[in-house]
Structures are given as C-alpha cells and as structure tokens.
Design a protein around this ligand. Structure first.
Ligand SMILES: [Zn+2]
Length: 392
C-alpha cells in the first residue's frame, strides 16, 4: 500500500476515536481458526455444510415452582423426569451454555410421554408440539399443563453435563421457525445470545482458543478442536441420558472466504466502532449517497451493511496491514505499580520510556498509556450474495 494511503487510514481512525465512536468490547465475532483471526462480515461466505442437529434435555430443578407458574393443569403433574428440550446444530457450543431462552409471548406445553418403559415430561413450545413429537417418534403423549413463556423467567435448569444451574431467560429472537421454541444460549458463541445475555447479566464464557480448540481446564473437552468435539459432546449427552435425538442437517453455513473452511462465533476482546453512538449510522448512510461508486454495485452492498450491521469490529489478529495506532489507557496498571512501590513508580515509568499521551476523549491530562497490538481491517468489498445471518 502506498504511504499516503496508510497515513490516511491512520488519520481516519484518529477522527473516529476523537468523535467517540471507538471502544474496546468483549463480544462474539466471526472467527476463522485457520486464519487465527476475527473476520469482517465481508470476509464471510456461505457454503453448504453437513452438521449434527441434536435435541437435548435440560432437567427442571424445581418441579413445584414450574407447575405453580402454569395456567392450565387439568389432571395432576404427571410422572417421570421433567425437562425443557433445546435443539442445536452446534453441539460444541454446549460447554459454554449459560441459559435457555423462551419467547415471552409464546405458549409452552408440558407433555407427558406414554412409552411404557420411559415415562417422562418434556417442555416445548405449543406451536412446535406436533412437529417435535413426530420428529422424535413419540406416538403416545398428552399435554398435562400449559404456561406462557414469560411465566417461566429465571426458573433454574440443570446443565446436561456440567455442575451448573442455568436460568430460563426471555428473548424475542426465539421463534417457531425450527427446533423446540427453547433456545440453548451461549453468549460467547452467538450474537443474539450475547445481546439477550447482557440483559440478564449472564457470563460471556468462551472456552475456545484462537486455534479453535478448547482451552486448558475445559472439563471433558480440553485440547479438542470444536468441530471434532461435536461427536464427543453427543457421546457425553447419550451416556447421561440427555440426548433426545440426533440427526444430520445440510444447511448454509458461514465459511472463511480465504480458507473455505467453516468459521465459528467466538467472544474475544476487540476494537469496535459503535454504530449507534453519536449518530454514526445515520451520518454514514447520508454520506454513502454523496460518494461516486465504482463499480456501482458497491453502493448497495455497503449500504446494506451499514443499515444492518451491529457494532463494527475493526480488529484483526494479523501482523500485516495497517496497525491500530492507539495508545491505551493503563491507569489501573499504574495504580498497581504505585500500590507496590509508592508514587515513585510513576516517575520510574517515565524513565523507562513510557509514552505520555493526552487522549482526545479523556478529560484528564497526562495519562500513562500502552500501545495496541491489533491491526486495523481495511474494507474489502466483494460481490458475494448476502444470505440471512444465523447463529453458528
Ligand atoms: Zn481463514
């Protein structure tokens, strides 16, 4: 890239920061484990992929509390274990499960199954009752209670293989399009999950490293690559009697446009441009109309992205490209040093060559700062057809 262009990128980033649009966040982003980097929406393409599709039991911990919240209970509470059933095409995300989401306005049914040796009670959305029972081959069943989604808020369920209680939470993103109407929620691995999880202050757990493998200390799955861990997760579910059904599904799945390999959503600390702060989305849309576009299809593509995108992740974990030329406020580290050595530590820092910088967004002067190691993503527009986003 020529020097002028590189310098202009840095100046633009400076303006973005000065206008208060830039922030560091810990959110799930598209991640290619072959690149070892976050990817922009424009670097993602959709390809057909065979995935596992599994239905999993999350046992209800307090049966009485659940029935107390139901509004129609004709004849007793039935018999056998009582579970909410979720459906997922990403079994490897279950170690990061922190909740199960219901739609607040949907009706849910508690279904008594009548198989002679396996009586149990399963909770699914009423609108998917017939479909799920057909799918699971359960011929004989009857509904023993109904309840609205919002009545079950914060009831506790048992994680299917970890010693972890997870709450039922509410989200409008839960629909009757597929599955059971109860959505497995892993805020570290999905944007909808992250957003709804924030409302409930649910941990953003990301047990997956940049190489796509479970990090040290992840019980049962440590060191395994997420895609090869799918079968192990299914084995664990089977051995614990938590798997209702396992199937294969061929669907459109996001892939890295460089490697053509499936990508994942993974929460990492990244730099973001906040699209809603200080009217950035609206002003960007206005400016798009002022630009002469070559080729002209670039306009519609960028317009669609700016209209719909969440906060814009600009970090890339690569050594090439234009670095994010930021100095990061390190006050808490300075405080730690001062705690150890007294205020003299401040002057020692200066002697060791730390940079003194007055950040434009900051009111206080002469803060100690460190340097960001991230590189900035320069937009690359391609003419790929946009497909509906899905959780991976
Ligand atoms: Zn890649």
């Amino acid at each position: 890239m020529n020097f002028q262009q590189e310098a202009d990128i840095i100046r633009s980033l400076g303006k973005i920061a000065a206008n208060g649009h830039l922030h560091k966040g810990f959110k799930p982003v598209h991640w290619c484990s072959d690149c070892g980097s976050a990817l922009a929406e424009a670097e993602v393409e959709y390809r057909d992929k065979d995935s596992f599709a599994i239905d999993v039991r999350f046992e209800v911990l307090d049966e009485e509390a659940l029935f107390a919240r139901c509004h129609a209970i004709p004849n007793g509470h039935g018999e056998g274990p009582l579970s909410v059933v979720i459906w997922t095409t990403t079994p490897w995300t279950l170690p990061a499960n922190q909740a199960v989401a219901f739609n607040p306005e949907l009706e849910y049914a508690v279904v008594q199954t009548e198989a002679p040796h396996q009586k149990e009670r399963l909770i699914v959305a009423e609108g998917l009752l017939k479909e799920t029972m057909d799918r699971w081959g359960i011929e004989h069943h009857r509904v023993i209670a109904y309840g609205r989604g919002d009545a079950f808020e914060r009831l506790k369920l048992q994680h299917p293989f970890y010693d972890r209680q997870v709450p039922i939470i509410l989200g409008e993103h839960v629909t009757l399009d597929a599955g059971t109407g109860a959505v497995h929620t892993a805020p570290g691995h999905g944007l909808d999950d992250y957003i709804v999880g924030q409302r409930y202050d649910i941990p953003v757990d990301n047990p997956v490293g940049g190489n796509g493998c479970f990090v040290e200390g992840t019980p049962m799955f440590e060191g395994q690559h997420v895609f090869s861990a799918n079968e192990k997760v299914i084995d664990v579910l089977k051995s614990r009697g938590k798997l209702v059904q396992e199937a294969r599904l061929n669907h459109s799945y996001p892939c890295c446009w460089r490697h053509k390999t499936p990508i994942i959503f993974r929460a990492t600390p990244q730099w973001f441009i906040g699209m809603e702060t200080n009217g950035l989305r609206q002003s960007a849309l206005r400016e798009i109309n002022q630009v002469k576009w070559m080729p002209d299809w670039g306009k519609a593509r960028i317009q669609g992205m700016v209209e719909n995108r969440p906060d814009w992740c600009i970090s890339r974990q690569r050594t090439w490209g234009v670095p994010i030329t930021l100095f990061i406020h390190k006050a808490s580290e300075v405080a730690k040093k001062v705690e150890e050595k007294g205020i003299e530590a401040w002057f020692e820092l200066e002697a060791s060559g730390s940079i003194c910088h007055h950040h434009p967004a900051s009111r206080s002067k002469h803060r100690r700062v460190g340097c960001s190691r991230d590189a900035i993503q320069v937009r690359r527009i391609r003419a790929s057809r946009r497909r509906p986003r899905q959780r991976v």
